[in-house]
Design a protein. Structure first.
Length: 288
């Protein structure tokens, strides 16, 4: 009976790791480019640099009166701070990857998370979504991730986590002794902060790749954060929207600059390593 209980705990841990995922192969020791000091940009029209790319996101959501409403969020991206993260987001967006996806995880006074093609936090993009020169399902195609551009992963990123900050979601495999794989697991999922509470945001600093700030439409972020939600499958948080807000359209104005495909990691190969580790833990449970 004890062995069964141990195995169930391991399986529950597996589910938790998957559901809370976001998504050269080694992280650089900091960016060689200049960095931008980020301050709160929730005020309408506040821009750090006119040359920075700007994402425009049109979202349909159910308002507090139960009626469908559309709103537009504009986000300034900071390629000088998080170059690969920004390039990844731009290429996915301008390949229409995000159109029709949802905000699948919403926690008021914390953040709203979207960008998962599965709509439940377990999915990500494949290389063909990022690079249109790759045929979907071909031998060149694979599920991918990118390196994490944040301090814990030896990369300098000074964007503060505060209301309006956008950052990449990622997995956490540290309990399996696979921290680096978790650090480099971001793919398509992102989240937008809707609080300035330092006690809430402090653990994100240096552990997630922030890459831009909302400059218009923060009121829309606030409205989305008030979406009615239910408890998730694990019973760990109240975050699953009853009527998920839909990203009708997401595109990025690059101001005429080309953003090349970033270096990628084969996430399918990483998944095989993680599965092997799970099986090892299950076998150890049997043996003990």
């Amino acid at each position: 009976m004890k062995k069964v209980q141990k195995i169930m705990l391991i399986l529950m841990a597996i589910v938790a790791l998957v559901v809370f995922s976001g998504c050269s192969n080694k992280s650089e020791k900091g960016s060689k480019n200049k960095t931008t000091e980020s301050t709160s940009n929730v005020e309408q029209g506040k821009i750090v640099d006119e040359n920075n790319p700007v994402a425009t996101m049109v979202v349909e959501y159910v308002n507090e009166n139960g009626n469908k409403e559309e709103g537009t969020i504009k986000i300034e991206l900071y390629p000088d701070v998080a170059p690969d993260t920004v390039a990844n987001f731009i290429n996915l967006a301008n390949n229409n990857f995000y159109n029709g996806l949802t905000f699948h995880r919403i926690i008021e006074n914390f953040m709203i998370q979207g960008g998962d093609p599965n709509g439940n936090g377990t999915g990500g993009a494949s290389l063909s979504d990022l690079n249109k020169n790759i045929n979907k399902g071909s031998s060149e195609d694979y599920n991918y991730s990118i390196k994490g551009e944040f301090a814990t992963n030896n990369f300098r990123n000074n964007i503060k986590f505060e209301a309006g900050t956008i950052a990449m979601a990622r997995s956490d495999y540290s309990t399996l002794g696979m921290a680096e794989e978790g650090y480099n697991s971001a793919c398509s999922q992102f989240f937008i902060m809707n609080t300035d509470d330092k006690s809430t945001n402090s653990y994100l600093e240096g552990n997630y790749a922030a890459f831009g700030k909302v400059i218009e439409g923060y009121d829309v972020v606030t409205k989305i954060s008030k979406t009615e939600v239910t408890v998730n499958e694990n019973g760990t948080e109240q975050s699953v929207p009853k009527d998920a807000p839909v990203i009708k359209e997401l595109s990025v104005d690059t101001k005429g600059k080309e953003y090349k495909i970033p270096d990628t990691i084969n996430a399918d190969e990483v998944a095989e390593k993680i599965q092997a580790k799970y099986m090892e833990l299950i076998q150890q449970s049997y043996n003990n």
